[in-house]
Design a protein around this ligand. Structure first.
Ligand code: DLL
Length: 432
């Protein structure tokens, strides 16, 4: 028997999952209709009532919710229970406009922590493990979510939060951390620091649970090799609870969505039309168990593909690919769509670390793209004379990936500020 946290749920038959979803959706729509006037008005506008929603097949009849709705209804307008029944708020890490504030009852926290516990068990976590949580604690959901999940699994939980790298490494060594949870960019920074201090033999990590931002397969291999662990992806968003909406298993080929709590759809981001399974499009979630912040058909802006192919791990819940960029993170430069992940892929393929910054500007009414790329200490010292040649090679590789000319500037190691949470990789001066 595999050590699943909730095998009866995670390996349930498709029919069983579908039955849970049908029943829970019907109840949730009634709950929202009765308690969330903002969404009820949207349903009325579309001429839909709870009687029209009998199963998942009817989901498409419901109106979408977007980030704009969350701003309109800020702070209490989408709550499904009275404030006195809530025990927690969390908030997004967004830096522009109003932050998203999500509310939780104790039951909502419990189911969120269940999802995170499943993620920890999926990377091999048991009560024997020391789980080092370096996601930020506080309003951000990363710390609180994985912390709660780690308790449920029974791991010894180290609530490190982000920052103070020396202390992180000291505890990692002294307490023998075996699982690390943080953003992939912070994992890359920790790996760099461990190598600089020559601590490789003193660190005994076996698995990393990395998410909250996009990271490529190349970056995965790089982190795995440098930290000597297996690196797993985890996905989630504050609006839908936080980390653990989906997570990777040992197969490392996509993230299982916790379908007993969330129904996933893929839509065409331009028309809103539901796309057939296997299509690439915008991910939309409907929460069917959460009570305090019960979002229905929430448009995530994340672009991905869903797959129901049988997974060797035995889990039956649908898998999503890594988000292939957010439709609102995509840069449009001289009319060309550019995703930061494409630039990262080129840099890692050419042997550079994932420390870079993309600077977009507008000069004489034309967009410019510049990529600052940090060198490793090794390629810095042996390339002093031939930096221009290396820059030219990157310009050519980027041109073939993006179909666009980008200026490239190689900079000395440690020039680009390291991030302890989500990395800030894009500076778009056109917006200022
Ligand atoms: O980032 C929740 C989280 C914490 C997920 C820790 C995983 C680990 P927000 O701050 O609300 O919540 O940001 C949500 O981050 O819509 C995606 O665009 C992006 N994102 C989250 N996980 C991944 C991932 C948390 N694994 C937004 N890969 C989402 C790529 C991710 N992007």
């Amino acid at each position: 028997m595999r050590n699943y946290y909730q095998p009866e749920i995670e390996t349930a038959s498709r029919e069983q999952i579908r039955q849970w979803q049908d029943e829970r959706l019907v109840q949730q729509v009634q709950h929202v209709w009765d308690n969330v006037p903002y969404y009820r008005a949207k349903m009325e506008e579309k001429g839909v009532t709870p009687a029209d929603i009998k199963s998942v097949d009817d989901l498409h009849k419901l109106p979408f919710l977007t980030k704009a709705d969350l701003r309109d209804a800020y702070p209490y307008g989408l709550m499904g229970v009275p404030v006195e029944e809530c025990v927690r708020i969390q908030s997004t890490s967004g830096t522009t406009g109003k932050r998203v504030v999500a509310f939780y009852t104790q039951g909502d926290i419990d189911l969120w922590e269940d999802c995170c516990a499943r993620a920890i068990v999926a990377v091999g976590g048991t009560k024997e493990d020391v789980c080092h949580v370096s996601y930020g604690y506080g309003l951000f959901t990363g710390g609180a979510g994985l912390h709660g999940g780690s308790h449920k699994v029974g791991c010894l939980t180290l609530p490190m939060s982000s920052g103070n790298t020396d202390r992180q490494l000291q505890f990692m060594e002294d307490l023998g951390s075996t699982i690390i949870c943080c953003t992939p960019s912070y994992a890359a920074y920790l790996a760099e620091s461990i190598h600089e201090r020559g601590l490789q033999d003193k660190i005994h990590l076996k698995a990393g649970i990395f998410g909250a931002e996009a990271w490529s397969e190349n970056m995965r291999r790089d982190i795995e090799q440098k930290l000597g662990l297996k690196a797993y992806d985890i996905y989630g968003l504050t609006e839908i609870s936080g980390p653990g909406v989906s997570f990777e298993c040992e197969a490392q080929t996509g993230m299982h969505i916790n379908e007993d709590h969330f129904i996933a759809e893929i839509i065409d981001p331009d028309t809103g039309e539901v796309l057939p399974e296997g299509s690439k499009g915008e991910l939309v979630f409907t929460c069917i168990t959460k009570k305090a912040f019960p979002l229905l058909r929430y448009r995530t802006r994340d672009i991905c593909v869903l797959s129901r192919e049988a997974c060797p791990c035995g889990r039956t819940h649908v898998k999503m690919t890594k988000p292939m960029g957010r439709s609102d993170d995509m840069l449009i430069i001289r009319g060309v769509n550019v995703f930061p992940s494409q630039i990262e892929t080129v840099l890692l393929q050419q042997g550079y670390p994932a420390n870079y910054q993309i600077i977009v500007d507008r000069v004489n009414n034309s967009d410019t793209l510049e990529v600052l790329v940090e060198m490793t200490p090794d390629n810095f010292s042996d390339s002093l004379g031939d930096i221009t040649a290396k820059e030219k090679l990157l310009v050519a590789e980027l041109k073939s990936m993006l179909g666009l000319h980008a200026k490239v500037k190689l900079v000395a190691p440690k020039t680009i500020t390291r991030s302890e949470g989500k990395a800030v990789r894009i500076i778009d001066n056109r917006k200022i």
